[in-house]
Write a protein that binds this ligand. Sequence first.
Ligand code: TEU
Ligand code: CA
Length: 559
Amino acid sequence: MKREWWHNKVAYQIYPKSFYDSNGDGIGDLKGIISKLDYLKDLGVDIVWLSPIYVSPLADQGYDISDYRDIDPRFGTMDDMDELLKEAHKRGMYILMDLVVNHCSDEHEWFRKACEDPEGRYGKFFYIETVKDGKLPCNWRSYFGGPVWERLPGHEDKYYLHVFHKKQPDLNWENPDLREEVYRMINWWLDRGLDGFRLDAIINIKKALPFRDYPADRDDGLTTVHNMLKEAKGVGVFLREMSDRTFKPHRAFTVGEVFNERPEEIPDFIGEGGYFSSMFDFAETVFGQSEAGWQDNIDITPDDYRNCVFETQKKIADIGFISNIIENHDEPRGVSRYIPEGDQSPESKKLLATVYFLLRGLPWIYQGQELGMENIPVASVDEVDDISSIDAYQVALDAGWSEKDALKLIGKYGRDNARTPFQWDASENAGFTAGKPWLRINPNCREINLETEKADPDSVFHHYKKLIALRKSGEYGDTLVYGELIPYLQERHNVMAYLRKSKEQTLLVLANFQREPQTLPLPGKVKKLLLNNLPDDPQITEEIRLAGYQAVVLELSRE
Ligand code: TEU
Ligand code: CA
């Protein structure tokens, strides 16, 4: 595989609204991010992805953009953005923005003009259909609930398509005129010095046309968009064109939010000369998900988690470089999801960090993950901000669930879990804002916060620093970045273990993913203990005895 500059880097996702508020209005902002660049640098972060900061009504927290070429005043100004780029580059860091081009906002000028003249140039930027006798063009259900069709303002008989919220009209990628506008916008940002993008919901840009119904999968008579996506062929033509016209000439770094890709397409996506530099692994994220709603989801066990991760590793092998995560702004906190309920502790969090961070691929940290931030309990649906949680709550009620149990589902799967403000210190608003935070702060900020963890050499935070240092070390870096990944003891219950093997070295990552101790065989002689998440070293003979939730990294002898 061709080596790229970013392979040995560490990437970090910032959710700007909840990172750091510099002016006391309760909303995180660009100046706040600039003031924390040294923190990120010191942690060992190189590449930073910012969730959207463009002008937006924030119907879907910025994933509904009304002006692609300006910054929302709540987040700052274009000058702040230029300064962020300058300050990041000064520190040898790279900034990515979120590229949200499956849809824009219904408040975007394009959509307003489309409403004025649906037959005109901008009408053709969207999917607008004339509806007779009230029969919608198809029965797809939007990701956030309800039909994907909404009446076009000002027109009795016309409807527009939105696979997400009704304030997020889908852009018509079949129209070359629209594609040109998008490419101009992307190049405009890259010319300003932006380093690349994360590509939002990118598979959705290709629709299976003409519109048609699929079998209903709930009582609402509607069908998941996934049924349409399975049939949509040819997204690669758009992605190839976009990449050739924008990313490639700028040598931009890109990471795709890619769900449901076909295995045979992986080389096209992230192989040499692929559409993107990398894409996220969502195998463990989508595990157990049900089309019927959150109430039918199946919990993921440590064995399931391991099997999902290894499945991806095998699928990708050395075709490309996958991006590894345990959480993002759409998912619950990884430590609350992948560690069995009730077992969350600094030790188990460090175990999870170890096993995912040292996988083959680019490791990503979502803000607060490095502190071991957890899900937030929900007392009432009134305190929920996330539109998808509010929909899923209703779906659960309709399926006969009690309010109490439906709330528990939000607490488990809701997007607010990852969106609560970053916990900088133990003060009332966790040091996030001098004002009133836009979203409630996790009450556990008194224990889980940066200031406290910085002072404690055994904290989750310091463990992340050690993992980063190990992956960047001259001695082991090459093996951890490029070495082959070979699963070890995959048949053992509650064990996650793998070898990372290069010509020169064999490393073993070995984790006991349960409360009870376990004694495990070793595949060879141990040369050196490189990392341990517990204070006491494990007993090593031909076997190794690991305490509950102990995870170690060992160097093995080659003879
Ligand atoms: O997420 C896309 C999204 O919602 C997926 O999780 C989708 O549900 C998936 O394709 C199902 O398999 C992105 C953003 O990350 C999210 O915050 C936005 O709300 C969404 O796009 C719309 O822009
Ligand atoms: Ca602010």
